[in-house]
Design a protein around this ligand. Sequence first.
Ligand code: GRF
Length: 196
Amino acid sequence: MLKLGILGSGSGSNMQAILDAIEGGKLVAEISLVLSDHTDALILERARRNNIPSGVIDCAGYQTRFPEEAQKETARRLKAAGVELVCLAGFMRLVKTPLLEIFPNRILNIHPSLLPAYPGMAAWEQAIADGASESGCTVHLVDAGMDTGPVLGQARVTVTADDSATSLHQKIQYEEHRLYPAIIAQHAETLARLGE
Ligand code: GRF
């Protein structure tokens, strides 16, 4: 059984979608550990409600940095839980070394745009401000850049004239919840095939 670790900072709706896909038999995996950099994040509450082991990442008071010590400790906890694939789900810090080196090709992220368009924060607001007629979401492998790793899959949504940033984000999240579990399953197969 593929063991997943999930890192998130916010509501955890993607974590929920992954769990629903597992329970619905669409993804053969288990969520072994959920970690958040925010003590009161809803993603932790969702984990507790579903009896999934969870914990808080101590980022030593830094608002946006993911300090090296915190990354090492995160890697240690993920490894101790037997995690084979790490899924970032609304995790608001840039993952770099050493975590990237400890899980090579094994850290995925979901981003709410059709990358390379609109990397960074609030991509749905960027799309609206830009007058885009189309947006969507992307699952990609994480590298040391911001939303720059190889793309594994995308889903598109149409931006209509009456869309606000909020309504566009809702449309994108609907697609995220379908795309992420499917790409996790696909990537797990790829890793197994490569014998990694
Ligand atoms: C998603 O829109 C994701 O694309 C972005 O952060 C949001 C997380 O939402 N990276 P949730 O916590 O999974 O509900």
